[in-house]
Design a protein around this ligand. Structure first.
Ligand SMILES: [Fe+2]
Length: 239
């Protein structure tokens, strides 16, 4: 004798079961996508992505359009961990620091990681009429801010306005409206690492001026050459 057929539930119950199953599948798909995204981007990569979104699509760059507060708060929120950005940070103790290219921010910025040799620093420089936001990723950096000299000043020492020290995860800002600055790593033994967002990327395109602190004399320096690009060392780098 053939086994008797198992009675099927009424049609409306079947439809509900089908809907439930579709909803569960959608939930699983969302979790899977989220998991996939988290797997793809580490928190530093997410920071770069967030900066790019804040800068907007690649058209019409003007330093007046930049929301500095927003960019600073995005950079403030990131908690630095070398495991996230170590691939970009190449040190070279034969130089004062290395400049490592990370991203061009939709053509609107220049995002660099600088690795500072212990006890070494930069020359006094301007920022080519752009905004510069700096976040310390590792160690400590000291910044000396100078008054912007007048165009008519000749052979005059620069006037230092303040000296500040920034530790890991701190964020600071400078532009030509604030003045000139120089940055150094005061630690005699350990490197320091910082993330710099320059927007618009004028220094990379036109260069910036470096100044002699004693005489105020300035000279143009090209800034388009990097020690590494996307983690890969450029053996021809000369600055
Ligand atoms: Fe600077």
């Amino acid at each position: 004798m053939a086994p008797s057929a198992i009675p099927l539930p009424p049609n409306n119950i079947l439809q509900e079961l089908d809907l439930e199953s579709q909803q569960q599948q959608q939930k699983n798909k969302c979790l899977c996508l989220k998991f996939h995204d988290d797997q793809q981007m580490n928190p530093f990569e997410s920071l770069v992505d967030e900066i790019k979104r804040a800068l907007g699509p690649s058209s019409g760059i003007d330093s007046a359009d930049v929301d500095v507060e927003d960019l600073m708060s995005i950079m403030n929120r990131y908690q630095s961990d070398e495991i996230h950005w170590g691939g970009f940070a190449h040190e070279d103790l034969s130089r004062n620091y290395t400049r490592n290219f990370v991203d061009h921010g939709n053509g609107k910025a220049n995002l660099l990681i600088l690795v500072w040799t212990p006890g070494k620093g930069s020359l006094v420089h301007d920022h080519a009429d752009a905004h510069c936001i700096m976040k310390i990723l590792k160690g400590t950096l000291q910044e000396t801010v100078y008054e912007m000299p007048s165009e008519t000043a000749v052979n005059q020492p620069l006037k230092a306005e303040r000296v500040s020290t920034f530790g890991t995860n701190e964020v600071t800002y400078i532009s030509d409206d604030i003045g000139l600055h120089c940055v150094s790593n005061p630690d005699p033994k350990n490197i320091a690492v910082s993330l710099h967002l320059y927007t618009p990327p004028w220094a990379a395109r036109r260069g910036c001026y470096c100044f002699c602190a004693e005489t105020g004399k300035k000279h143009l320096v090209q800034m388009s050459n990097y020690y590494s690009v996307h983690g890969k060392v450029n053996r021809k780098c000369d600055n």
